[in-house]
Write a protein that binds this ligand. Structure first.
Ligand SMILES: Cc1cc2nc3c(=O)[nH]c(=O)nc-3n(C[C@H](O)[C@H](O)[C@H](O)COP(=O)(O)OP(=O)(O)OC[C@H]3O[C@@H](n4cnc5c(N)ncnc54)[C@H](O)[C@@H]3O)c2cc1C
Length: 378
């Protein structure tokens, strides 16, 4: 068969829609994963933190072409120019409801369900002219989009019954400590305050404030070219610095927090980044009724069994937490004029620092399609 997409989430759907738009038939693509709803993983997490609006902007969608973005779609639907004008000024963030409707529409329109195969892939092995995917057959081109490899919870909190992860269903009660300082943490401050709780924000360092989860130049051709020209050690350093917590600026975030601070319902504790921080964390949590860990996901390909195995069995080049990729998100040692192995989503950060965004999913998907088209049909 021609193409396999391993991972059936939003990056998988973006790749599928891009291939279909590029003329690849549904019967030439197999998508592997356990849930045919491509928004299943995302919806559960967004719903746990009660996310109402996307952090991404009009182009944060899963369709193959950038235009029309979600702002244009909303403008047409509501017969108002407002969304487009806000989008031009980088001040448009679609609602989660609109985004999920759009995902459902792309799922339906592209024929995704016909290509979906309910299976988790444990192993991908290079063979002549392609890859064997775990007993499911041989594919010339494989894109691996497995998402994040599990949630992070500080070890010091093991067994503590007060603890819940922000991306798991929960309410808020009493005095709530929210550990972390990124978008999920900031969303949870507002959720807990709205539920009448008092909030203690526990963080290693003060969060950065920026509209997108990475600096805007990294979404541009020029910014990316500079990144791709950076040697490995400096590149890893840059990635680490960009992955530190951030949430958007704006009064909607600040006003409820400042009002609660004035009323004695919001406070901050900095636990520092050194080895003593486990003790500092436990001390910060004394007297709280609930602990919400807005501490995100495990980092690095070694936490993903499929990628860890692939890297070990094929001796892939890696650097610290990352699989080293070509700028087009392909694995150089396993990609040539006849076959392609590409990564999408968070494991593709070496090629595109904002790989774990919808823009990143599109970046990998488009380059994957280019490769597939350039190769002779098997
Ligand atoms: C709460 C939240 C809000 C976000 N908001 C935004 C936003 O506003 N804008 C934006 O651009 N980005 C946002 N993101 C980031 C990003 O868009 C999402 O994380 C998105 O879900 C990433 O898509 P993905 O396909 O890489 O991972 P997922 O959607 O998690 O999908 C991965 C899928 O692959 C499956 N899988 C894993 N391993 C295998 C295997 N071995 N075999 C078969 N299947 C496998 C998993 O079961 C899962 O279904 C947000 C993320 C979160 C958590």
């Amino acid at each position: 068969m021609r193409c396999a997409i391993v991972g059936d989430g939003l990056a998988g759907l973006t790749a599928y829609a891009t291939l279909r738009h590029g003329g690849i038939e549904a019967g030439e693509i197999a998508v592997f994963g356990e849930d045919p709803d491509p928004a299943a993983a995302w919806r559960a997490r967004a719903s746990a933190i009660r996310q109402r609006r996307m952090r991404s902007e009009s182009d944060g969608h899963v369709a193959p072409t950038s235009f029309p973005g979600l702002a244009v779609r909303e403008a047409v639907r509501r017969r108002r120019l407002g969304p487009v004008l806000r989008s031009v000024a980088d001040r448009y963030n679609p609602t989660v409801t609109d985004f999920l409707e759009h995902v459902a529409e792309v799922r339906e329109r592209t024929g995704w369900d016909a290509s979906h195969r309910a299976a988790r892939v444990e192993r991908i092995s290079p063979v002549d002219d392609g890859f064997e995917v775990d007993g499911h057959g041989r594919f010339a081109h494989v894109l691996v989009a497995p998402g994040h490899p599990g949630l992070v919870r500080p070890d010091a909190l093991d067994g503590d019954p007060r603890v819940v992860h922000a991306y798991e269903p929960h309410g808020h009660d009493g005095r709530v400590a929210i550990v972390g300082a990124g978008m999920a943490a900031a969303t949870e401050w507002l959720n807990a305050l709205a539920a009448g709780a008092a909030v203690v924000s526990v963080r290693r360092r003060p969060p950065e404030r920026r509209p997108l989860n990475l600096p805007r130049p990294l979404f541009t051709r020029r910014g990316l070219a500079a990144y791709h020209a950076t040697p490995a050690p400096a590149r890893a350093g840059l990635l680490r610095s960009w992955l530190s917590p951030s949430y958007p600026p704006g009064r909607a975030w600040d006003e409820p927090v400042e009002a609660a601070r004035g009323a004695g319902r919001f406070s901050e504790v900095s636990i520092g980044t050194n080895g003593a921080s486990a003790d500092a964390l436990l001390e910060a949590l004394e007297g709280v009724d609930q602990v919400v860990c807005a501490t995100g996901f495990r980092r690095g390909f070694r936490h993903d069994p499929l990628l860890a195995r692939l890297a070990a069995e094929t001796g892939l080049e890696t650097y610290e937490d990352w699989i080293v990729l070509a700028p087009d998100a392909t694995v150089p040692a396993l990609t040539d004029e006849r076959r392609t192995l590409a990564l999408a989503g968070v494991p593709a950060q070496w090629a595109f620092p904002a790989a774990d965004t919808l823009a990143g999913a599109k970046y990998a998907a488009r380059r994957f399609l280019d490769r597939v088209r350039r190769c002779p049909t098997p």
